[in-house]
Ligand binder design. Structure first.
Ligand code: ZN
Length: 133
């Protein structure tokens, strides 16, 4: 059964087969996040070109701006505070807390939505179905 692109992104799956995982382990944990070099299922090399994930910084930047603006406005509306220290503390905490999320999902969004070279190919997904039966 085909899984949707958004489900594949949320589950950190490979953009080509949507079966193999791109990352080992959960987003949040005590261990550093580990990204596989190649898809464990179809063998796609995730870093398509050397330094390819520098482009993920643009996606990560967009995530960070969205998070900071949302939390800044949320803090202002909830507390009505004019103290800059409250905003400094809240926003730095948010940047720190969202960093692992931004790392993982910026790369996933880059590969799933912004890389025309990498396309979903259901043939790779069906390979596993054959192996399991
Ligand atoms: Zn794959």
């Amino acid at each position: 059964m085909a899984i949707s692109r958004i489900t594949a992104v949320l589950q950190s799956k490979c953009p080509r087969c949507r079966v193999g995982k791109m990352f080992d382990g959960p987003v949040y944990g005590l261990r550093k996040q580990h990204m596989y070099e190649h898809c464990p299922h179809c063998g796609l090399k995730f870093e398509i070109e050397p330094g390819y994930f520098y482009a993920a910084m643009y996606v990560s930047y967009a995530f960070s701006v969205a998070e900071v603006v949302t939390l800044g406005l949320g803090t202002a509306m909830l507390t009505h505070s004019e103290s800059p220290w409250l905003y400094v503390v809240v926003l730095f905490a948010a940047i720190f807390i969202f960093a692992p999320f931004n790392l993982r999902y910026s790369r996933l969004v880059l590969l799933h939505y912004l890389t025309p070279k990498v396309r979903y190919n259901p043939a790779y997904q069906d390979e596993q179905a054959g192996e399991n039966n």
